[in-house]
Design a protein around this ligand. Structure first.
Ligand code: NDP
Length: 452
């Protein structure tokens, strides 16, 4: 609950101008609740209207994307880009293709991205983009034509020193490749304007693995410092079966954990022997199939369809829970079940997968809660490393990048942990510390650069 008069006023004004944007309001509320403490300790935030200036994006564009399917039928989708804040570096944030994409989702993701990028310590401002295009069931050629049409408008707003997009839900290496090719054709320049590129044209080793690996490095570090414990011998529940989930699975296994679930929007699998990473990669990365297929290949595994009121992955007893699918996939009922089953830590691979009330419940019940803006920052951090390699025009080895990623994730944890100590916060509440530490850097850069 917000009690500070200034913060309350800012939130009320934000709600007034953003009616009908529930995810955006949710993200704003979560951030403002955390920043109350900073506002009380630092009067210059109110004096300089830094909350209002931070919450209002620098620029927001939406545009028409018209494209032809394989039957020469015309389709029209809507494209978006929010360039949220450039105080600490060029705008940076992924592109999402999913039918649920709208202004609220793009703006909440952009707002979160600012704090996340700040936490990485790399010089990157915050942005996000996407379209309500649904890539499911589309042919390779249709995906290519859509990506080309999308970039035919987006190119005028981005650039290697202005705004550097990357992937997100529905946008992986294939889509980034098509968009990069179109940008290069239009601009006639080969630059690191997108990250997550293929290895043969400027991509970085470990970018594909980075979000999932980074999530596990962060989780392991939190377990180590706060519980003197690790992944070894722990039961892990993961949701999703996309890029983030697959590489969280891989790293959790490497660190000695046993992962027992994976999911997609249709349902989830349970494998008491530990999910087989090779089978998952074959189904999801090679065949682009559904997770249900897992039970046809691994004897003893079970499948549960997603239905209203039916049990979710969070009903499975575990020590470590890693939500890696989408926003608001873990609600208060799920948090109650996780606590009942004695979960130790919940760290978010996805962006805002936990509702605000569920996050409060976990923290109040002593669960270590690692918010996405900290725990999943490994993806954008490695994108930052890709930008550096592109500027140098060289490539670092897998081991080099992986080590840098691990160090960044551990530093993010340390930064939050010391912020928590400074503000006398609960040790398991990594949310408040993350918001304060992320905002602090952006606010001082904004002040130093004069009014904008
Ligand atoms: P992918 O598209 O590779 O995978 C998304 C996964 O989540 C799929 O299994 C998908 O299932 C599932 N999913 C998506 N929407 C829903 C929904 N409405 N209900 C249930 N399941 C759903 O995306 P990523 O793995 O890249 O992204 C996952 C999350 O991680 C997102 O929140 C993203 O913003 C966040 N993230 C990603 C980063 C990256 O580097 N890729 C970096 C930081 C955060 P289905 O196939 O059925 O749609």
């Amino acid at each position: 609950m917000i009690t500070n008069e200034y913060v309350k006023r800012v939130f009320e004004d934000f709600c007034k101008i953003n009616t009908g944007k529930p995810e955006y309001i949710q993200a704003c509320q979560e951030i403002l609740e955390s920043l109350e403490l900073a506002v009380e300790k630092n009067p210059s935030i109110e004096k300089n209207h830094l909350l209002e200036r931070f919450l209002e994006p620098e620029r927001f564009v939406h545009f028409r994307v018209a494209w032809l399917d394989d039957n020469n039928e015309i389709h029209v989708n809507r494209g978006y880009r929010v360039q949220y804040n450039s105080a600490i570096g060029p705008y940076k944030g992924g592109i999402r293709f999913h039918p649920s994409v709208n202004e609220s989702i793009i703006k909440f993701l952009g707002l979160e991205q600012c704090l996340k990028n700040s936490l990485t310590t790399l010089p990157m401002g915050g942005a996000k983009g996407g379209s309500d295009f649904d890539p499911k069931g589309k042919s390779d050629n249709e995906i290519m034509r859509f990506c080309q049409a999308f970039m035919t408008e987006l190119y005028r707003h981005i650039g290697p020193n202005t705004d550097v997009p990357a992937g997100d839900i529905g946008v992986g290496g294939r889509e980034v490749g098509y968009m990069f090719g179109q940008y290069k054709r239009i601009r006639d320049e080969f630059t690191g304007v997108l990250t997550g590129k293929g290895l043969s044209f400027g991509g970085s080793l470990v970018r594909k693995e980075a979000t999932g690996y980074g999530l596990c490095y962060f989780t392991d570090k939190a377990l180590d410092v706060l519980k003197h414990d690790s992944f070894t011998g722990k039961t892990v529940v993961i949701s999703g079966s996309g890029n983030v989930a697959i590489y969280a699975l891989e790293k959790a296994i490497q660190l000695g954990g046993k992962v027992v679930t994976m999911s997609d929007s249709n349902g989830w699998i349970y494998d008491s022997n530990g999910v087989n990473i090779e089978v998952v990669k074959q189904i999801k990365e090679v065949e682009r199939g559904r997770i249900k297929e897992y039970i046809n290949r691994v004897p003893g595994a079970k499948y549960y369809e997603t239905k209203p009121g039916a049990p979710k992955v969070w009903s499975v007893p575990c020590d470590i829970a890693l939500p890696c699918a989408t926003q608001n996939e873990l609600d208060l009922n799920d948090a109650v079940e996780l606590v009942k089953n004695k979960v130790t830590i919940v760290c978010e691979g996805a962006n805002m997968p936990t509702t605000l009330e569920a996050a409060h419940y976990l923290i109040d019940n002593g669960v270590i809660y690692g918010p996405g803006k900290a725990a999943n920052a490994g993806g954008v951090a490695t994108s930052g490393l890709e930008m550096s390699q592109n500027s140098y025009r060289l490539s670092w080895t897998f081991e080099d990048v992986d080590l840098k990623l691990k160090n960044i994730m551990e530093n993010i944890f340390d930064n939050i942990h010391s912020t928590n100590k400074k503000y006398e916060l609960k040790e398991n509440d990594l949310l408040t510390g993350a918001n304060i530490a992320g905002f602090d850097k952006i606010a001082s850069a904004m002040l130093a650069q004069g009014l904008f």
